[in-house]
Write a protein that binds this ligand. Structure first.
Ligand code: GAP
Length: 487
C-alpha cells in the first residue's frame, strides 16, 4: 500500500491506510492511499496550533484518569490504550453525540451492530487480504524495522548508519489474524475486522428489507476495528485497536449522488462546530482526482491541527457502487435494490462517512486544553483548564461543602449532588476549596457548586462558571433550571 506521510515540526506522521482499491502499474490491485500533496500539510500559523505538547496531554490524561497505557504494570503494549473513569465517559459522550446526530435525529438512517469476526471471504471481496498492507524493510545489521515509505532512501539504515544492510521492501498485511475453533490451521484462520463498514455491506439486503427502507437511506454503526500498524504513535492517534463510527449512505442512481455527498460534508462540518471544535484547527481537504480511487467521484479528509501537525479524523467518500458490486461478485448473491415503484433493479451509490472515535476523543482533549494566568486579588497563579463543550464534558457539575469537617455542610452538599444526579453528570468532592476548583478545571467541569454556612440559613449556594470563573448566588430550589439553561 502506498501511504504518504506528513513531516511537520521535525516529526513524521503517516497518514492512514484507506481501503480504496486502485490499479497499480503492474496490474495488481492494491489497497492504497494515493500520493497526497504534502506541502499543504505544513502551512499553518503558530496561532492556530494548540499550545500544548503531546507529553502534557499524555501526563494529564494519566494523572486525571482519562487514558492509560494498556497493561502498564507489565511494561505496556504498543498501540493499545485503556480509558480511565473520566476518559470512558468522555469517549462515550463523543460516541453518543455522533449517534444522536447521525441516527436518532434522522429518519433516513438506521442502526446496526455487526460482529468483529466475519467470514474470511468478506476480506477477499473487499480487497483487504490481497492488498491492505504497508511495505516493510529490516536492517540486517541492527535488526531494526522500518516502513519503507518513511525512509528517505533505502541505501542506508537511518539507525545504525550502515550502507547496504536494508532488505528489499516486502508487504506486511495490516489485518490481525486469529483462529476459530480448536485447530489452528489455514481453514480456521479469520481476521479481526480492520473497519466496520464491511459488516454493513454484506448485510445490505437484510437491512433494507427488514427496516423497509429504500435509497436514499443510511446504515450506521460504531464499533471496534483492528489494524496491525507497524508504527503506532502520537498517543491514541494511531493505535492497533480503535473505534470507528461509520455511516454508509446509499443513494439512487438518479443524478443526485454528488448533492448527497455535499450534504453529508455539510452535516459533518456542522457536527464538529456544534461540539465546539475550533474551526481554525479543522480543515476539510478535498482529494484531487489523482488522490481518489478510480470509481470515486469525490472525497474529503477531515483533519485537525494537532500539536505535531495535521492529522486525519475522518474520511468522507463517494464510493460509487464499488463495495456492493464486489460482494455481489464474490458471494454470488443479489445485493441490488429492487424498486417496487419503477420495477427496476439497481446497485445504489454509496456515500461514506468514517470517523475515528479515539482520534475524535483525543481532538476534544487537545482542543479543550488551555493554560492561563489567573489573578485573584494580589495573587497571580496559573491554571490548566479543559474547556469541553458541556455535552462532552465527563463531569458537568461538581458539588462541594466549604469544609469537610462540618457534617451539616457535607450533608447539604451530598443532598444537592444526589438531587441533581438524574439530570446532569455530577461529582461530589471535598477538600481544600482552591484545589477543588483547580481539579475540576483540569477535568473540564463547566460548573461547580459550593455549599457554605449561608446556604444553611437562606438555602442559596455559590455557582462558579469554569470559563469566566465568575460566581453567582443561586437559590437551591432554582439550581436545576439554572444549570439546564446553561448546559
Ligand atoms: N471504512 C473506511 C475506513 O475505514 P479509513 O480512512 O481507513 O476509512 C476511517 O478509517 C477513520 O478511522 C480514520 O479517519 C481514523 O479516524 C480512524 N482510524 C483508522 N486507522 C486508525 C488507527 N490505526 N488508529 C486510530 N484511528 C484510526
Amino acid at each position: 500500500m502506498a501511504r504518504d506521510s506528513v513531516t511537520t515540526l521535525g516529526s513524521t506522521i503517516a497518514l492512514k491506510p484507506i481501503y480504496t482499491v486502485g490499479t497499480v502499474g503492474d496490474g495488481t490491485e492494491e489497497l492504497r492511499r494515493p500520493t497526497r500533496n504534502l506541502a499543504r500539510s505544513v502551512s499553518t500559523t503558530e496561532e492556530e496550533r494548540p499550545r500544548v505538547t503531546m507529553e502534557e496531554i499524555t501526563a494529564l490524561a494519566k494523572r486525571r484518569g482519562f487514558i492509560f497505557q494498556s497493561s502498564e504494570i507489565y511494561g505496556g503494549i504498543g498501540g493499545f490504550f485503556d480509558y480511565g473513569p473520566l476518559g470512558a465517559v468522555l469517549k462515550r459522550n463523543v460516541k453518543d453525540a455522533w449517534w444522536r446526530e447521525m441516527v436518532e435525529l434522522r429518519d433516513d438512517v438506521v442502526a446496526f451492530d455487526s460482529s468483529i469476526i466475519m467470514h474470511p471471504r468478506t476480506w477477499e471481496a473487499s480487497g483487504h487480504v490481497a492488498a491492505f498492507h504497508d511495505k516493510l524493510v529490516d536492517c540486517r545489521n541492527c535488526k531494526h524495522r522500518f516502513r519503507a515509505d518513511h525512509l528517505p532512501s533505502l541505501e542506508k539504515c537511518p539507525d545504525c548508519g550502515m550502507s547496504g544492510t536494508l532488505t528489499e521492501p516486502r508487504n506486511f498485511n495490516l489485518m490481525m489474524k486469529t483462529a476459530i475453533g480448536p485447530m489452528e490451521d489455514t481453514s480456521s484462520q479469520a481476521y479481526l475486522r480492520p473497519e466496520t463498514a464491511q459488516g454493513i455491506f454484506v448485510n445490505f439486503k437484510n437491512i433494507y428489507q427488514s427496516a423497509r427502507k429504500k435509497p436514499p437511506f443510511g446504515i450506521a454503526q460504531i464499533g471496534k476495528s483492528f489494524r496491525n500498524e507497524i508504527t503506532p504513535g502520537n498517543f491514541t492517534f494511531r493505535v492497533r485497536e480503535f473505534e470507528q463510527a461509520e455511516l454508509e449512505f446509499f443513494v439512487p442512481q438518479d443524478g443526485n449522488d454528488l448533492a448527497w455527498f455535499e450534504q453529508w460534508v455539510s452535516a459533518r462540518k456542522q457536527w464538529y462546530s456544534d461540539y465546539g471544535v475550533r474551526a481554525e484547527r479543522l480543515r476539510f481537504y478535498e482529494l484531487t482526482p489523482e488522490e481518489r480511487p478510480f470509481y470515486a467521484k469525490a472525497g474529503i479528509d477531515v483533519e485537525y491541527l494537532f500539536p505535531w501537525g495535521w492529522g486525519e479524523l475522518e474520511s468522507i467518500a463517494h464510493r460509487g457502487t464499488y463495495d456492493l458490486d464486489r460482494h455481489i461478485e464474490y458471494s454470488g448473491k443479489d445485493l441490488q435494490f429492487f424498486d417496487e415503484a419503477t420495477k427496476q433493479k439497481y446497485t445504489p451509490i454509496l456515500i461514506e462517512s468514517s470517523a475515528g472515535m479515539d482520534r475524535t476523543t483525543l481532538t476534544m482533549l487537545v482542543d479543550a486544553y488551555q493554560r492561563e494566568a489567573v489573578v485573584e486579588g494580589e495573587k497571580q497563579s496559573e491554571r490548566t483548564v479543559l474547556r469541553f463543550h458541556p455535552k462532552i464534558a465527563p463531569v458537568q457539575v461538581g458539588v462541594f461543602p466549604l469544609a469537610r469537617n462540618k457534617p451539616e455542610l457535607v450533608e447539604r452538599a451530598r443532598a444537592i449532588e444526589s438531587a441533581l444526579r438524574p439530570r446532569f453528570r455530577t461529582q461530589y468532592d471535598e477538600g481544600n476549596v482552591g484545589q477543588l476548583y483547580r481539579r475540576q478545571d483540569e477535568i473540564g467541569t463547566p460548573f461547580c457548586i459550593m455549599v457554605d454556612y449561608d446556604s444553611l440559613g437562606d438555602a442559596t449556594v455559590t455557582v462558579r462558571d469554569r470559563d469566566s470563573m465568575l460566581q453567582d448566588r443561586v437559590a437551591q430550589s432554582a439550581l436545576a433550571d439554572y444549570l439546564a439553561e446553561r448546559l
